[in-house]
Design a protein around this ligand. Sequence first.
Ligand SMILES: C[S@@+](CC[C@H](N)C(=O)[O-])C[C@H]1O[C@@H](n2cnc3c(N)ncnc32)[C@H](O)[C@@H]1O
Length: 233
Amino acid sequence: MSGFKPGDATAVQDLFEAIAPRYDQLNDLLSLGLHRLWKRQAIAWVAPQPGQRCLDLCCGTGDLALLLAARVRPGGQVLGLDAAAAPLAVAARRASLQPWLPLQWQQGDALATGLADGWADGAVMAYGLRNLADPAAGLAELRRVLRAGGRAAVLDFNRQQRVAAFQRLYLRRVVVPVARRAGLEQHYAYLEASLERFPTGLEQERLARAAGFSQAAHHPLAGGLMGLLQLVA
Ligand SMILES: C[S@@+](CC[C@H](N)C(=O)[O-])C[C@H]1O[C@@H](n2cnc3c(N)ncnc32)[C@H](O)[C@@H]1O
């Protein structure tokens, strides 16, 4: 069992501070690079346009923020927000290689961003919702910061009975042993625990409508292992 408790914001922040230097490498390895494809599918739903303001909540090392920033030029702006400093430092380093991208980084809480109502034209949250102490409150904050009609995409693992046994096997037999080699066994064992309390796709749709989204549709990706929640504010 993982020593990191899902729902404990401080423990979750500590976890991501610790794994930040290896995060991108392990992501590529453990998903065989497929996370890039799923992230592009999230961006395709949001369909960012030049001049728009977009938000990447729980941005981590900045994959989605970087993709958004390339799409909102010229004249647009992208804010990547994350609770942990270490992934943000990696994100800022990556962004410094493309200084023409309109990117800003902010350390903060996705449950209380401090942004004005309707600040964003579009928003993404990849592998973030599952880590929040209160996913319903996370969806409410996401809705609040989007303008009416703005789109959001929430990408994460999918909790579905049909794939649960395979997912468990993959997490225990592949993810945790690989992470162990990097000295991060406990950190990645947390994945299974966090998935157990994560809302299913149908529950996510219901929570999103309750949060005020006018449209919410959850789509399984990768044979049901991942899920993409497509939202319209
Ligand atoms: C699994 S990583 C995902 C990073 C990135 N979105 C990606 O897909 O590669 C989850 C991120 O959520 C951040 N996080 C967790 N709880 C948060 C919160 N309450 N507010 C903001 N960020 C949070 C963590 O620090 C971590 O960087």
